[in-house]
Design a protein around this ligand. Structure first.
Ligand code: GLN
Length: 278
């Protein structure tokens, strides 16, 4: 019976999750196994193989693995994405970044480049909502690109992915874009201590962390690239470290960009918009 399984599950997870969190996790697992909404299945039983999977998932959760890696999928902007440990789990704050771009670029035939795409969540969500846009995305990680491509196919979104290093982009190899977007690594090594166990032990450090002595290196290099590869009147959209919003804006301002800092739903400085206004 599901009720009994749920009780046992919550009891096992008590050491790391609150009861409310366990409830959500239980619903996610059962919906995943049954491929239906939990509300439609309260009277159902799990099959033998579903029970085995359920047990494996519980063990993985007990090892602090994030639920999205355990199930191999995550929701982002109402779209399902495959995820694995080669890519960051898409975050709600990044949905806010995507929402802003969609609002500001709707119905325009824009060209877009996403730098450091990971699972491909940004360009795919953009393409689904900005069908007129031509979208390219890059990452330095080949395994991330494999997954991003799978996600584009899965979601029937036309995005061109290629391998490139955000810190060493050669401007002559790229055309000019109307929009450049990036959620680069921005957490300083020294901030790692304060992070949740399931983030720091399981998510790719390549996508998260930067050196303490150069925490804004990605913004600096991408800003330089945008100076030559963003069209006049185009917009650069960044997700940023809330602790370094002013410093990040300063870097872009020194290069000649007009900047705007935008807060996320939690009132943290989260998005930086930079424009070349000619
Ligand atoms: N917002 C993410 C977090 O707090 C970090 C994303 C990033 O480094 N680009 O975990």
């Amino acid at each position: 019976m599901l009720k009994k399984i749920e009780k046992e599950f919550k009891h096992r997870l008590d050491i790391i999750y609150t009861r409310d969190e366990s409830s959500v996790l239980f619903k996610m697992i059962i919906s995943f196994l049954i491929r239906d909404n939990i509300n439609n299945i309260v009277n159902k039983e799990l099959s033998e193989s579903q029970l085995i999977n359920f047990d494996q998932f519980t063990t993985q959760l007990l090892a602090h693995q994030p639920i999205q890696y355990v199930l191999g999928e995550a929701d982002f902007y109402h779209i399902k994405f495959k995820v694995n440990r080669d890519v960051l789990i898409p975050r709600p704050e990044t949905e806010e970044l995507v929402y802003l771009i969609i609002c500001e670029q709707s119905n325009k035939e824009v060209t877009v480049l996403d730098i450091g795409t990971g699972s491909g969540c940004i360009p795919i969500a953009l393409k689904k909502n900005l069908p007129l846009a031509q979208i390219c995305a890059i990452d330095i990680s080949e395994s991330a690109l494999v997954l991003a491509n799978e996600n584009a196919i899965l979601n029937k979104a036309e995005v061109i992915f290629s391998k490139a290093d955000a810190l060493n982009l050669v401007s002559s190899e790229w055309s000019q874009f109307d929009v450049i977007v990036s959620n680069p690594p921005y957490i300083a090594q020294s901030e790692m201590e304060m992070m949740e166990e399931n983030v720091k032990s399981h998510e790719p450090h390549l996508a998260l962390f930067v050196d303490d002595d150069e925490p804004l290196i990605f913004y600096d290099k991408i800003g330089d690239f945008a100076l030559s590869n963003l069209k006049l009147g185009g917009t650069l959209y960044f997700e940023i470290n809330q602790q370094l919003a002013k410093e990040t804006a300063d870097i872009l301002m020194k290069k000649g960009f007009t900047t705007t800092i935008i807060k996320d739903i939690n009132q943290n400085d989260r998005i930086l918009k930079a424009q070349l206004l000619g």
